[in-house]
Write a protein that binds this ligand. Structure first.
Ligand code: HEM
Length: 137
């Protein structure tokens, strides 16, 4: 079961990374458009944001499963605790972005604080991956 959950964990990582990177690139193109972004770009923005959220939720579901079932919820060290703290922040940023986007008029750019937090969540995911490899090698 650990192997299966770890495969799904890494699928979540792929989905989250793809969605995050896609969102960032769509954001850059939308800014370059100079006026209101074309509808196709806005549709992509939604798709990538959803992919990122589903990926991170999959990481959480499978990660919690592995930790609770396979490791008995044990203390796995400081690096693991920091990895989980990074995962909490990533999830919080994605949820905040979703709430903020639901409140803005369709087609308008994300609020400034979301634009600043996007790259932060990207950086946090690099940290989480590095720490995971350090902990479990
Ligand atoms: C942004 C969120 C996360 C990222 C990027 C991430 C990334 C990774 C990666 C790359 C591995 C494989 C490490 C290796 O085998 O060398 C891994 C393993 C693992 N992760 Fe996560 N993870 C995330 C969230 C979580 C959460 C929230 C939990 C638990 C609450 C968790 C628990 C685990 C566990 C227990 C393993 C070890 C599986 C094993 O025994 O090999 N992860 N994670």
């Amino acid at each position: 079961m650990l192997t299966f959950m770890k495969i799904l964990h890494l699928f979540g990582l792929m989905l989250g990374a793809g969605g995050g990177l896609g969102s960032m690139m769509v954001g850059i193109q939308a800014k370059r458009a100079g006026g209101p972004p074309p509808p196709a770009l806005l549709a992509l923005r939604k798709n990538f944001a959803l992919a990122a959220l589903i990926g991170v939720l999959l990481l959480w579901a499978t990660g919690l499963w592995m930790w609770l079932v396979d490791y008995g919820g044990a203390w796995l060290g400081t690096a693991f605790a920091v990895k989980i703290a990074a995962a909490v922040l990533i999830l919080a940023i994605l949820v905040a972005a979703r709430i903020a986007m639901a409140r803005t008029a369709p087609g308008s750019p994300p609020p400034a604080f979301i634009q600043r937090l996007g790259p932060v969540s990207g950086l946090l995911s690099y940290i989480a991956v590095a720490l995971a490899v350090i902990v479990f090698t």
